[in-house]
Structures are given as C-alpha cells and as structure tokens.
Design a protein around this ligand. Structure first.
Ligand SMILES: NC(=O)c1ccc[n+]([C@@H]2O[C@H](COP(=O)([O-])OP(=O)(O)OC[C@H]3O[C@@H](n4cnc5c(N)ncnc54)[C@H](OP(=O)(O)O)[C@@H]3O)[C@@H](O)[C@H]2O)c1
Length: 315
C-alpha cells in the first residue's frame, strides 16, 4: 500500500456519495496525488473531454466511481438516459485508461444487474444467467458492460482492471432526495420527519417481504482501495453476505430514530427483485476478509451524520 501513496490517482465521481467517502479515506491514509474532477471539468460521456483529460493528466491509477445513479422511480422514467450515460462512461473510461497506460483501473458495476429469478445467495457466475429486474434494466445492463470490457481489454492487451459489484450502499453523504434516493436514505428521512411532525403513520412502498443486502460505505471504500492491489478482473461481489428484509430494515430505522407510530405498506407499489444477497466466497478468497460493519452500527452512524449535517445533506 505504501508504494501507492505517491501515484497519481484519478477518482471519477468524487463529488458523489461513494466518491466523497473515497476521497476522505484516501486523504486520511496519506494518498497525496489525487485528481478529482467534477462532471463539468470532465464529462465522462463525451469522448473529446475524456481523451483530453487523460492525455493532459496521465493518471497512474483510475478509480471509476462515476455513474448516473437513482432509485426505481427515476430508473423507470428514464431507462434510455441511464443506459446511454452509464454505457458511455464504462466504454470511455476503460478505453482511455488502456490507451494512456493506466496501471490499474477499479470500477463499480451494479448488483441490480443480477438476473431477477435466481436462487440466493448470488454467486458471480450467476450474473450472466438471465435478464435483470426490468425496473432498472437500462442502468444495470449498461453497468454490466464494465465487466465485459474488463475481460476483453485484459484478454487482448493484458490491461489490469478489477470490477466490484457492490450491494445496496448507505452511509454519510448519501443522496437524501426522495425523488431519486435509494431505500435507506428515503426511510431515514421519512421516519425522522414523521417523528418531528408527530405523525401517526408512515406509508412505505411494497410488501416488506423483499430482501436486500446493505453495505456501509466505509466498508465499500476500503474494498475499492484494496482492489488496487488485486490482479484479477473479477467481477467480485462486494457485500456482507447477509440478507435483510425490507420490513426488518424499516423496523430498525424507526427504532433508531425513536419513531413510535404505525408503518403502512403500500402494496400497489413494486417490491423490485424478490430476494437478494451475495455469496462472498470469491471476494474472501482474493481479498482475505468479508466486510463486517453491522446494519445497526452503520445505520446509527448514518442517522447521526444526517442529523449533524442537515446543512450539507443532498435533499
Ligand atoms: N449507491 C449505491 O447503492 C450503489 C450500489 C451499487 C453500485 N453503485 C455504483 O457506485 C457508483 C457511485 O454511486 P453513488 O451512489 O456515489 O452515485 P452519486 O452520489 O449519484 O454520484 C455520482 C457521481 O457520478 C458523477 N457523474 C455523473 N455523470 C457524470 C458524467 N457524465 N461525467 C462525469 N461524472 C459524472 C457525478 O458527478 P457530478 O456531481 O459532478 O455531476 C457524481 O460525482 C456508481 O457507479 C454506481 O453505479 C452504487
């Protein structure tokens, strides 16, 4: 790790949820030479912009975190945008990293790319066994291209690219905008608002029986940094290997927040993929551990962060 600290590292998506946590962690660890352009300075969907940035800056390592990201409703509304933008970013970052002799590329695919109806826990070989949940297929299939690119550029050019497939992420700096957020920040806001306003009930989407796997963002950025020294393409599942029902998630958040009203399930709204959690054997064999922040600990830290940082939270 010490030998990496003077390398020039480009972090794409550094202004986003995972990116901010990653930049903070790299800085704390003593990485000195970080490039962190926002999308105005480097539009990753624009080939001229990507070509010029790579040629001008010549990064040694690229941590590709950028993406057009959102919850089910915005994915359903804009499947073409999610497909085009994420697809372009995957292609251009891979291609220009290779052309500019980047020593290592680490990137993030999406867990919703797993087929809808496969048995849990998901193993990486299952990734290719069918179509994903159609609520977010534009996004998830475009993200899958990163994996195809990692194999192709490795096979043809020996290019060193590792792809991680994170579970549902949560933590400080997450997107708390109810129109575009994922389930955890949306629920934190709902339950805190309900408590503050003394509401008798909170209405939440679906039936609550669907299961998901949630990964605390600090575990995520630690794995991204560890992946710099991994010499396999993967892809690797990145999660805890633990399954949580949406019902249990709601109850845990409402309890931490101290909300005592009723939870009402709006069963006219979709559950999305019925069950999802990872087999973490492949990650453990290569990285030597499985991320282990408990959901309760991670949620407590996230809720505390939200309460303490209302002035900078993305609403
Ligand atoms: N959050 C999750 O639960 C989750 C789960 C699995 C995988 N992932 C993956 O993790 C990555 C980070 O997600 P996140 O939750 O941190 O997303 P986020 O908070 O929405 O941040 C997205 C980042 O991507 C950048 N970006 C978007 N379009 C861009 C473009 N055209 N050119 C350059 N940069 C662009 C944004 O930059 P600007 O703000 O400057 O526009 C922002 O910094 C994504 O690749 C996502 O697919 C996330």
């Amino acid at each position: 790790m010490e030998n990496l600290k003077n390398k020039k590292i480009l972090v794409t998506g550094s202004s986003g949820f995972v990116g901010k946590n990653l930049i903070n962690k790299l800085t704390t660890l003593g990485f000195k030479n970080l490039l962190s352009p926002n999308s105005n300075e480097l539009d990753l969907t624009n080939e001229q912009s990507v070509k010029k940035y790579f040629e001008d800056n010549k990064p040694n390592i690229v941590l590709h975190i950028a993406g057009l990201v959102g919850g089910i409703s915005i994915n359903k509304l804009k499947p073409a945008d999610f497909f085009y933008k994420n697809g372009m970013m995957s292609m251009l970052v891979t291609h220009y990293s290779y052309l500019n002799n980047v020593e290592k590329l680490v990137s993030l695919a999406a867990g919703c790319g797993y087929p809808k109806n496969i048995p849990v826990p998901f193993s990486e070989d299952d990734f290719w066994n069918g179509l994903p949940d159609m609520n977010s297929y534009g996004y998830s299939l475009a993200k899958k291209n990163l994996v195809v690119g990692s194999w192709a550029y490795n096979e043809q050019y020996g290019f060193n690219h590792t792809v991680l497939i994170p579970a549902n992420l949560y933590g400080p700096y997450d997107n708390f905008n109810l129109d575009t957020s994922h389930v955890i920040p949306a629920l934190i806001r709902k339950f805190l608002d309900a408590k503050e306003n003394n509401l008798d009930e909170v209405v939440v989407w679906g039936t609550g029986v669907a299961t998901r796997e949630f990964l605390y963002v600090e575990d995520t950025v630690n794995a991204i940094i560890d992946a710099i020294e991994c010499n396999e393409t993967g892809p690797f599942n990145l999660g805890t290997g633990k399954e949580t029902s949406i019902k249990e998630l709601n109850e845990t958040i409402s309890k931490i927040v101290g909300y005592e009203g009723k939870i009402i399930w709006d069963t006219t709204k979709p559950d999305g993929q019925p069950k999802r959690f990872y087999n973490m054997d492949k990650f453990k064999n290569s990285f030597g551990y499985i991320p282990n922040t408990t959901l309760k600990d991670g949620l407590e830290k996230t809720i505390q962060w939200y309460i303490n940082n209302k002035n900078i939270v993305r609403l």
